[in-house]
Design a protein around this ligand. Structure first.
Ligand code: F6P
Length: 560
């Protein structure tokens, strides 16, 4: 944005959530929880599950194991209204430049919403979206059918996506999640500037049957451009291809045509998108090209349809029944009133093993902000750390802390009734574990129950006294369970859109800007002089730690 001037148009409400009546009421309401326990709430209300279950776009969502009563829910909804959430949703949907610090619209939803009439600067966006989708369709069909030939006349067998952050995490995660839908093309994802990532990936790949997708919104990202240049050098070094053959093996996905040309990729092999698609929300754009290749365009379209179904739910359902809104509000309740500093995403589906990593960027790059929309520091906590690993693996790693540790960590359990490939009784065991974990977190085990169990097992009274506190579980630890039938492209699409909307709602309530990411800039700036210093050039001024480490590395590398 350097050297660019724009008129700062204010689009979003600027309500300090702590100044609302609902916030005050929620603070008072929180005090009432001292005497409440989820176990008791379930005992007292046999309808609790019915009362707090929701559904959206093929997902059944059980909110009943959350620390809420109908009063909590009403107060949280009132908070959303006081923070003008419905107005903000409308502003986003119609294409207002709600990414105010960059004066951009936020329209990843337009990439999948066929009825969307969103306009940016007076122009409808859908026609351009459709054009690129057709280009992606044609290209991926050519590749899959074998009609796109490499320079030697052979068909392409391997597709290597080179990108980082949003230009990598989304496609890489979806490619894993939809493993059963893969075709004969093999997709690989290279992101890290650690040369080993590229080397390891290219090991054994035949250049004449390999196609590279250089995926970068800006086409200036150091990691991606370094990998792209090295990949081109590898291609030319390991084959008898000429410079002119590069066109058959390198295509680009970007918003920056000039830079794409500069790299040497013909703009006819460029798949465009727009500045109103944030990097971490770009899997629905041409950034999904590798998915069209590896899963087929039809499956990519189904992914979009699933997201579209969730968008309809988000924009049309009343706030009371709105699943993304409910999840977002519970998150606010836990972060701002219960002091949660992180939340865990635990999918009971191995194919979702990259989901938490994907939403780490989604959440933490969006809502990891400390300045509010009025430009002053917030006085309350905003985006939490998001993390997770698939169950049941997590149970044998970090669940101990979830059950008996001191931090307060709400959990989302995500499960599918069916596995893509049923294997004996594996799926039943997997699901039993999912249910058991959410039940255990909710119920806990009292010291009396722990003592009774020990007595029954024949322990001496002294040992019972000694062990019971260690074997007790406090319970009252919240979780949400999201279930669907199977992990199809549609269901995955709706799940991803659900969490995207959750992030949006939270950003509105926290009164922050969720769609910029200035926090990644300082490190990038400082890396530039350090690179030249590491390469032996003149040293600049640094603190003693950075200078000391730099010297150590310079020495090591000079000695080798
Ligand atoms: O990490 C900062 C960031 O700008 C992300 O927001 C983005 O997803 C990533 O870098 C990659 O950017 P690009 O697609 O422009 O290479």
């Amino acid at each position: 944005m350097q050297g660019i001037n724009f008129i700062f148009i204010r689009m979003l409400p600027k309500v300090d959530p702590t100044k609302t009546q609902s916030w005050q009421k929620l603070s008072q309401h929180y005090q009432t929880w001292e005497n409440l326990h989820l176990r008791r709430l379930f005992e007292e209300d046999p309808q609790r599950f019915e009362r707090f279950k929701s559904a959206a776009a093929g997902w059944q969502v059980d909110l009943s194991k959350n620390l809420m009563t109908t009063e909590t829910q009403e107060l949280l909804l009132a908070l959303a209204r006081e923070c003008q959430l419905p107005e903000a949703m409308e502003a986003q949907r119609k294409g207002d430049p709600i990414n105010e610090t960059e004066q951009r619209a936020v329209l990843h939803t337009a990439l999948r919403d066929r009825s969307n009439k969103a306009r940016v600067e007076g122009q409808e966006v859908r026609p351009a979206v459709k054009e690129v989708l057709e280009q992606m369709h044609d290209f991926s069909d050519l590749l899959i059918s074998g009609n796109w030939k490499g320079y030697s006349g052979k068909t392409i067998k391997n597709v290597v996506n080179i990108g980082i952050g949003g230009s990598d995490l989304g496609p890489a995660m979806v490619y894993e999640a939809l493993k059963p839908y893969r075709n004969h093309l093999h997709c690989y994802f290279v992101s890290n500037v650690d040369g080993q990532h590229l080397q390891d990936t290219l090991q054994g790949l035949p250049p004449e049957q390999t196609l590279f997708i250089i995926a970068s919104k800006t086409f200036t990202t150091q990691e991606t451009m370094t990998n792209a240049h090295s990949a081109r050098a590898w291609f030319l070094r390991h084959s008898d291809a000429k410079e002119t053959d590069v066109a058959k093996h390198f295509v680009a996905v970007s918003t920056n045509e000039e830079k794409v040309k500069e790299f040497g990729i013909n703009p006819s092999n460029m798949f465009g998108f727009w500045d109103w698609v944030g990097g971490r929300y770009s899997v629905w754009s041409a950034i999904g090209l590798s998915l069209c290749c590896g899963l087929g365009f039809k499956n990519f379209e189904k992914l979009l349809r699933g997201a579209e179904a969730m968008d309809h739910h988000f924009y049309e359902a009343e706030l009371e029944e709105n699943v993304p809104v409910q999840l977002a509000l519970l998150g606010i309740w836990y972060v701002n009133f219960w002091g949660a500093r992180s939340e865990a995403m635990v999918p009971y589906n191995q194919h979702l093993h990259r989901l938490a990593a994907y939403f780490q960027q989604g959440n933490m790059e969006s809502n990891g902000k400390r300045i509010n929309r009025a430009g002053t520091p917030v006085s309350y906590a905003t985006g939490p750390v998001v993390w997770g690993e698939p169950g049941t693996n997590g149970q044998h790693a970090f669940f101990q802390l979830l059950h008996q540790g001191t931090p307060f960590i709400p959990v989302d359990f995500i499960g599918t009734a069916f596995s893509a490939q049923e294997t004996g009784d594996h799926q039943a065991k997997l699901l039993a574990n999912l249910l058991a974990q959410s039940e255990a977190l909710m119920r806990g085990k009292t010291p009396e129950e722990a003592a009774a169990e020990l007595q029954e097992e024949g322990y001496s009274p002294a040992l019972v006294d000694h062990l019971a506190p260690h074997k007790a579980f406090p319970g009252n630890r919240p979780s949400t369970t999201l279930l669907t039938d199977k992990l199809s492209p549609e269901r995955l699409g709706s799940l991803l859109a659900l969490y995207e909307h959750k992030i949006f709602v939270q950003g509105i309530i926290w009164n922050i800007y969720s769609f910029d990411q200035w926090g990644v800039e300082l490190g990038k700036q400082l890396a530039k002089p350090l690179l030249s210093e590491l390469q032996g050039k003149a040293l600049h001024d640094h603190d003693s730690s950075t200078a000391g480490l730099l010297q150590m590395l310079r020495q090591w590398r000079a000695d080798s």
